[in-house]
Design a protein around this ligand. Sequence first.
Ligand code: NAD
Length: 497
Amino acid sequence: MSTPINEALIRDVIAEVLGRLGGATASAAKPILASAPTGGSPTGGKAASGAQRGKFGVFHDANEACEAAHEAYLQLSEKGVAGRNKVIQIVKDLCFTNAKEWGRIELEETKIGRLDHKIEKLLGQRGLPGVEFLHPYGLSGDHGITLEEYAPFGVIGAVTPSTHSIPTMACNIITMVAAGNSAVFNGHPGAYKCAVMAARVFNEAIYRELGIENLACIVDPPTLESFAAIAKHELVKLLCVTGGPGVVKAAMASGKRAICAGPGNPPVLVDGTSCLNNAAKCTIFGASWDNNLLCIGEKEVFVLESVADKFMAALEKQGAVRLNDAQVERLSKEAFVFPSGQGAGCPHPVVNRNLIGRDPATLARVAGATIPSGTELLFAETHTDHLFVEEEQMMPFLPIVRVKTVEEGIALAKKAEHGYKHSAIIHSHDVANMTAMAKALETTLFIKNGSCLAGLGSGGEGYANFSIATTTGEGVCNPRTYTRVRRCVMVDKLRIF
Ligand code: NAD
């Protein structure tokens, strides 16, 4: 016996499909996932953006993106914890499989940093905590049972930096979705194409698996106006910005609650009680990582006079190249510029973006120095008021300042850190010195006898996330960061003893 045709059902399915195709005629309809990657290859393998706006998370209009993300948030709620786990697995797997290609695409677009480290940042997504991080808090007593649960906010508006565009977006998606939220991203104008490409791939895969199309939306192209639209959209309940002082200020002024992963200028103190070879090794590793693009990266060193020469000799022995005064002078002239409209009399030159994240060979060329190929870090002795000490320069060049006492070193490190409360590093075996520096600087990450990367689980305990909420104090972001605590109280009953 043949099954009767359910015409109403067929009409519904066609209407749904046409709706998803944005009004295309049925005859023109292609499989929705025609452009979906197979075997882990991203859509078209290109960073070029612009096509397929309003589909699979990519929106020209920020308001539309917020609305679509809200719909996706409601759909995710229907899928429960299992749905969140699936999304996390999809994002982690895609980062892992595409790490090489996406790393290359991001480097091609931004032209800053190092390919090997761009790839590592994507491979590292596997270690991020997920839903299991959200342990509810329970109270049980004579008056019954109370449960506090970590509930989602809804749509989160997120801003990502140029320094790690896809990795920050992926970290944000994993931790925000783990907590049950959806997201709308505004990328950096110089690093958004790769993020748009990755967002589309994430959304396609999520749609294929769960039928949710716009869980991680992104605006293409991002502008200050699109940020403003996201920040004031009524469906956006929380902001999370990762970047420098400008975006932190804008987020704080938005009137929305904002999680701000802000700038840093991490100082290192070498006090003479530690192993100088280890201090040199860790400092080279951290300050050269991704050409010193990391906000946690070692940016200036204060070293006790009694061991300064030995420490710098250890840096040289381990491959770092010392620049002389004339070379530092030439490099400084190029590395710091006056913002347009301000003359050389302006007291606050800023870092030249053309040199941020460039490799040591490029910096050496600018400095007029010849260095062996493969050199990972340049350094020089400078005074403490040097711009390379004061500014967050994000270049594989490290200024080294001699100090007479540990107290002086701590005071100068505090000044160089500018109260960002971001990251600081000490190489010491003296617990009193470690304690004094930690208390004085109050940084979010404080690393003893390791490289800065130990603060993100590489060589130290813990997990990595490229959003470290320093300004607003949530610390290394995790799923709990993106939750609101809701208390549920049962009066006098349910306690089982
Ligand atoms: P950036 O401040 O130039 O840009 C960051 C993001 O903010 C970009 O998407 C940019 O378009 C946006 N933005 C900038 N000014 C804005 C404004 N007024 N309104 C709205 N959006 C604005 O920073 P960058 O060069 O991309 O990244 C490097 C900076 O980010 C460094 O200061 C670094 O320390 C910081 N950072 C911090 C963390 C952290 O976890 N704390 C992580 C990575 C980078």
